[in-house]
Design a protein around this ligand. Structure first.
Ligand code: SF4
Length: 316
């Protein structure tokens, strides 16, 4: 059962009186208890797709068409007041830098208690009990004592755990994790990924996991969508995507992962297009080794190939 559906989402940025399209007919579905990874290079549109769900967009972003369906309602049409009730409580965000969500002037405890008071309507010792419980669930030692600490007294990994604890305190149904481990060192990265996976399994929380790092989503996400220049070019079950990548961009991206047997590291020739570029055909055409004449004239539609969806004219 899908808990969230993004349908035909088109988004543009306005700049100096010009409109630049950043998302093209984005279609994604997230199942209850599933982790959906969105991967791609910087600027491909993965973060802006996720922020459209939360309606946390820059002021110059304009959603031209599409819908985001959650609980039988289109989030894009809700009043700001209604959307505020969904943000945090129903759909939470784990940002890249936890300090953007934590106030350095207040203790972890007061920030957690505020969340519990707003979203669970609990106060005093009852709220404190929940705060300690959620900190313990994210494996913060001496949870009761740590409530009195300020964010700067926590390491980056611990701060990220506090953000996850806040989502647990809200009993959020969906968590959007936007490159949550990018600022952390490799061992802490692995611990946070393990924690996220445990929470997904234990609480049946659905995750949208945004990453530029294929190796991180491998074995973590059940499904992976690959984005390129504002388009979803492939959307497949993760094991299928890694074993049998179908889109030439996915194939090329996977080859950029280090092969420790041969110590070989490949790169993708050329550069991704700029947001100012417009497309009459496939956005990957200038870099694609399988490019055909038709590719620069016709925009590929998403075609079902087994359990995958691939936007490539090779499969037409
Ligand atoms: Fe390559 Fe053509 Fe497929 Fe685009 S549509 S990825 S250019 S083969």
């Amino acid at each position: 059962m899908n808990i969230l559906e993004i349908k035909n989402l088109n988004l543009s940025f306005l700049s100096n009186g010009m409109s630049y399209q950043a998302l093209y007919n984005v279609n994604l579905a997230l199942k209850k208890g599933e982790m959906l990874a969105i991967v791609g290079e910087s600027g491909c549109g993965k973060t802006i797709t996720a922020m459209s769900v939360l309606r946390l967009l820059p002021s110059n972003a304009e959603i031209m068409s599409g819908s985001v369906i959650y609980n039988n309602q289109n989030l894009l049409q809700l009043k700001n007041e209604e959307m505020r009730k969904i943000r945090g409580k129903e759909i939470a965000l784990i940002p890249q830098d936890p300090m953007t969500s934590l106030n350095p002037l207040f203790t972890i405890g007061s920030q957690l208690l505020e969340v519990i008071e707003i979203h669970q309507r609990k106060k005093g010792s009852e709220a404190e009990k929940i705060a300690v419980e959620v900190l313990e669930q994210v494996k913060i030692p001496n949870a009761k004592e740590r409530l009195k600490a300020y964010p700067h007294e926590f390491s980056g990994g611990m701060r990220q755990r506090v953000i996850i604890a806040m989502a647990l305190a809200c009993k959020s149904k969906i968590i959007i994790a936007d490159e949550p481990t990018t600022a952390l060192d490799v061992t802490v990265q692995a611990q946070i990924m393990k924690l996220i996976k445990e929470i997904q399994r234990e609480f049946l929380t659905s995750f949208i996991f945004i990453s530029h790092d294929f190796s991180l989503v491998y074995e973590t996400a059940e499904r992976t969508a690959v984005m390129y220049a504002g388009h979803i070019v492939e959307n497949s079950p993760s094991d299928e995507l890694f074993k049998n990548p179908k889109h030439p961009y996915t194939q090329a991206l996977l080859k950029t992962l280090p092969d420790f047997k041969t110590i070989k590291l490949e790169s993708i020739e050329g550069q991704p297009p700029s947001i100012k570029d417009t497309f009459t055909g496939c956005p990957f055409a200038p870099r694609c080794k399988y490019c055909m004449d038709i590719c620069s004239k016709k925009m590929p539609e998403c075609l079902s190939v087994n359990n995958s969806c691939v936007s490539c004219l090779l499969y037409k």
